[in-house]
Design a protein around this ligand. Structure first.
Ligand code: SF4
Length: 347
C-alpha cells in the first residue's frame, strides 16, 4: 500500500501493520508528511475540539540512584544541579502553577534514595496536600517502585503514573537504562493501571534506534493501556557517556507524534517545552499534540529534564507564555473542569 493510503487507513481505522508504520517513518516525501500532520490534526479536533491541556511541572528532587546513560541527572554526573525541595516549597510552587491555569500538577523526581529510604511517606502526604489544598489532579513519576507503594499511591488517588520505557528494543534498553530491568518497568505500569491509575508511557528518539524499533514500540505500548503517550528527541547531556552523540533534528519526533495521534486517537499526547522551548511548540501542536507539559514558574528555581534551564527564567514556559501561541493556531488552554471531564470519560 502507498504511504498516502496507509495514512488514510490509519485515520479511519486507527490501525496499521508494522511494515506500514515503517514505510511512513522512512518516507522523506513532503506531501506524505503534510498529509500525515493534517490527518493527525483532524483526528485531534474530532476528539478534543479546540482544547489543549496544560501541565505544571515540579521537578522536586534531582537526586537519583540510577545511572541512565542518556540522563543529565544520572547518579555519577558531577556537572548536574542537585536539589530536593521540601513539601512547603512544592506546595507553594503547585499553588502558583494552579493559579496560573494549569490542569494538572506533574510531580517529577529522580529515583531519590532518601525517598526510597523513608518509604515515600513525604511524597504520599504531598499528593494528599495537593488534592486538599490545590484541588488539581496529580501525576507522579517516582520511577520503578514496589507493588505495595503503587497500591498506596493509588489509594491516595494519585491520578497518573508516568514511567517511560524509552525503547522497546531490549538490547538498546540495556545500554540506556543500565542495571535496570525491562520487565520490572513494564510490570509497574501494568500494576498501576490495574490499581486504577492513568498511565503515561514514553519513548525517546535519536538514541540509535531503527525505524523498526519505533514501529515496534508504537504497537507494543498498547499493552500498558496508556492514556498519555509521549516521544522526545534525545538531547545530548554534558557529563554523561552520551554527551558527544550527534543531536538529531526533530523531524522524526514530529512524525512519531502524528502516528501516535492516529494509532491512539483518544490519547493525551504532550508537546514538551523541554526539548526546544517555546519555539518548538507550534510544530508539535501541528503534528497532533493536545497537552503542553513542562510549564514551570519562572522564579521557582526548578530544573527541566532534557533542557534544564531553556526558557525557564524568561517566563516562556508558563500558561501566559503559551496562550498567545495556541490562540494563533485556533486553540486554547482547557478549563480545569474540562480536564476532569476528560478523566471521567477516559477511564
Ligand atoms: S532517567 Fe530517571 S532513573 Fe534514569 S538517571 Fe535520569 S532521573 Fe534517574
Amino acid at each position: 500500500m502507498k504511504e498516502k493510503d496507509i495514512i488514510k487507513k490509519l485515520a479511519t481505522t486507527a490501525k496499521a501493520e508494522k511494515e506500514e508504520l515503517i514505510s511512513i517513518l522512512a518516507s522523506e516525501d513532503k506531501d506524505t508528511s503534510d498529509l500525515l500532520f493534517a490527518s493527525a490534526r483532524d483526528t485531534r479536533t474530532r476528539f478534543f475540539g479546540d482544547k489543549i491541556f496544560a501541565y505544571g511541572f515540579v521537578y522536586f528532587s534531582t537526586y537519583c540512584r540510577n545511572n541512565c546513560n542518556f540522563c543529565y541527572f544520572r547518579r555519577d554526573n558531577e556537572h548536574t544541579i542537585r536539589y530536593r525541595k521540601d513539601s512547603e516549597e512544592v506546595l507553594a510552587i503547585a499553588k502558583e502553577l494552579a493559579d496560573s491555569g494549569v490542569n494538572l500538577i506533574d510531580l517529577t523526581l529522580g529515583e531519590d534514595p532518601s525517598l526510597h529510604k523513608e518509604g515515600f511517606a513525604s511524597m504520599l502526604d504531598l499528593v494528599d496536600e495537593i488534592h486538599d489544598r490545590i484541588n488539581l489532579p496529580v501525576m507522579i513519576s517516582p520511577g520503578v517502585i514496589s507493588d505495595e507503594l503503587i497500591e498506596e499511591f493509588a489509594r491516595r488517588n494519585a491520578e497518573f503514573y508516568a514511567l517511560y520505557q524509552e525503547t522497546y528494543n531490549r538490547q538498546l534498553f540495556k545500554k540506556l537504562r543500565v542495571h535496570q530491568d525491562f520487565d520490572e518497568r513494564m510490570h509497574a505500569k501494568i500494576k498501576a493501571r490495574e490499581c486504577g491509575m492513568f498511565i503515561e508511557e514514553g519513548i525517546m528518539t535519536g538514541l540509535g534506534e531503527t525505524e523498526e524499533d519505533i514501529a515496534d514500540a508504537l504497537l507494543a505500548m498498547a499493552k500498558v493501556k496508556p492514556s498519555q503517550i509521549r516521544v522526545m528527541t534525545f538531547v545530548p547531556q554534558s557529563g554523561t557517556p552520551m554527551a558527544e552523540m550527534e543531536p538529531q533534528d526533530h523531524d522524526m519526533e514530529l512524525k512519531i507524534i502524528a502516528l501516535m495521534r492516529l494509532l491512539y486517537p483518544k490519547a493525551l499526547i504532550p508537546a514538551s517545552l523541554d526539548v526546544e522551548g517555546i519555539e518548538g511548540l507550534e510544530s508539535r501542536i501541528n503534528a497532533g499534540c493536545n497537552v503542553v507539559t513542562s510549564i514551570i514558574p519562572p522564579t521557582s528555581g526548578l530544573a527541566g529534564v532534557a533542557q534544564s534551564t531553556m526558557d525557564v527564567n524568561e517566563g516562556y514556559r508558563t500558561v501566559a507564555g503559551i496562550t498567545p501561541r495556541l490562540n494563533a493556531l485556533g486553540l486554547r488552554v482547557a478549563e480545569d473542569d474540562e480536564y476532569k471531564r476528560w478523566m471521567k470519560e477516559a477511564w
